[in-house]
Design a protein around this ligand. Structure first.
Ligand code: IMP
Ligand code: MG
Length: 172
């Protein structure tokens, strides 16, 4: 078995997505937003979430790589001036899968700052229950999970297990 135990069932995920969508609909009150989806991990979550949003939504995608091996978690964002220009003046909602060390999100938020968006909020499916290296404000949070490696619902281990319809703890 690739996974040790199921942490969040498909039913719990659906209920969480519904709750987050209701919170986001409430907060934006019909104002259009630009969803900035962090690939690959957040794609599945974002697909489900965006179906439930009531306002006009534009999608933008960003692929981040973090080279944990070489320079201790340095997060790399490939320069994309067209994307940066397209975010100018927009209400940007960053959508990510997990808030773990916080390095990815904090680096991304700094990068976003130079794009001059109108507003920035964050929506993250899972937060690991650990002290984060970089502290980030999560405006819309799905659930907390223990400090274990999780797979499923878009999240991978070495490119695999993204297609599991639930979230599970990877076997040691
Ligand atoms: P952070 O920069 O440490 O907060 O990590 C953020 C990214 O690492 C997340 O967006 C995920 O893509 C990935 N990640 C962190 N923990 C896990 C995990 O348990 N399973 C799968 N991916 C993870
Ligand atoms: Mg990610």
């Amino acid at each position: 078995m690739v996974y040790e135990r199921v942490l969040i069932t498909a039913e719990q995920l659906a209920a969480t997505v519904d709750r987050l969508a209701a919170e986001i609909n409430d907060r934006y009150a019909g104002r259009p937003l630009t969803a900035l989806i962090l690939l690959e991990g957040a794609r599945c979550f974002a697909d489900d979430l965006l179906l439930k949003l009531a306002m006009p939504v534009e999608r933008a995608f960003l692929k981040l790589s973090s080279y944990a091996g070489t320079a201790a978690g340095t997060v790399i964002i490939n320069p994309d001036t067209r994307l940066q220009q397209s975010l100018k003046g927009k209400n940007v909602l960053v959508i990510d899968d997990i808030y773990d060390t916080g390095r990815t999100l904090s680096h991304l938020l700094e990068w976003l700052d130079i794009c001059s968006p109108r507003s920035v909020k964050t929506c993250v499916l899972l937060e690991k229950d650990i002290p984060h290296d970089e502290s980030v404000t999560i405006d819309f949070l799905g659930m907390q999970v223990p400090d274990v490696f999780v797979i499923g619902y878009g999240m991978d281990y070495d490119g695999r297990y993204r297609e599991l319809p639930f979230i599970a703890e990877l076997s040691p």
